[in-house]
Design a protein. Sequence first.
Length: 357
Amino acid sequence: MKYLLLLVTIAFCSCSPKIRTSVAEKHEKLNETDKVVVFNAKSELPSTYSKIGTTKIGDTGFTTNCDLNTVLEKAKSEARKNGANALLITEHLYPSTFGSTCHRINADLLRIENTADYNQPKITKDTVQPISSSKVVTANEVVYGPGYGFKTSKFLITANVGQSFRVASSPDGLNSEQKEYYRKLKSGLSYDVSAYYLKEGKRGFGLKYNVYKSSGTIYDQIVTIGDGSNVQGDFSDDITISFIGPSFIMTEDQRARVGEANLELAIGYLAYKNNAGVAGYPVKITGSNLGMIAGMGYHFRITPHFLLGPQVSFVGGTLKKLKYTYADGTTYTEKLDKEELENLWRIDLAIGAKFRF
């Protein structure tokens, strides 16, 4: 039985918010029915007051009962225990898509002369009615903490640049020098830019443009071409793989103070172009198909509207046919067998920037 009671106690405590209180001055404990006034900004404070400590209502990682009203009541209870009759909210962290699901607040514990001079603030879901006004202020307009007042952004621009690695295997029958050439050719530079219209600062639809580039030259090689004949000389590749299409993003909003995690998914037009050289003769090789980009990243907040951080994306598609255009203007289209499809899939490792406005 004692072990059962212990488990029940642990489970109950895990579901409650995490509370840390520090008091510099000791005062007599208040009654549970005594009023505790909540201030949302220093400008609302009376001319005379004293700060006796601080309290922090956080998340244990398993907390479930942590809506705004519950968290504020926990803070008031801490104030009464330590003889404070007022709270000044210094920081308010909101629930986020990829982080904590709880409201979390930091507050100063205060003593003021007469709580009867202030109307009790009305708390509703995600709104606070300030004691100095009858106007209801939404979560997007309330300023919590130093210098982080904001209105929810409606537009988001992202830009990424980094190294990319194609995952396709090299052709069969290559010598060691040719294998090394293809290995280097499968690594290149990628960059992209996206623009989104956001709903509630978290989910958005927009357009993504992505480009991959890789090039190289291998000298004095003998290569067997499709008709079985051998060609000797220098061979070069200048590859560009581009993508454009509609994109969806899900991201943490501006209330995530340290940074924002995000997921992106785009489906659109994928184009392949290789300005190749075969033994001194230029050949343009092109193809296109449906492509996809799936990415995730985390960007650290530099300012309320500008963030930087790593982004990882899986990009690509396959080509079922290739078009060859020769120097004299003649063309040839080759339909690829199932086992010969051109694999354009790759992994992009990038540094990205996010701009909110």
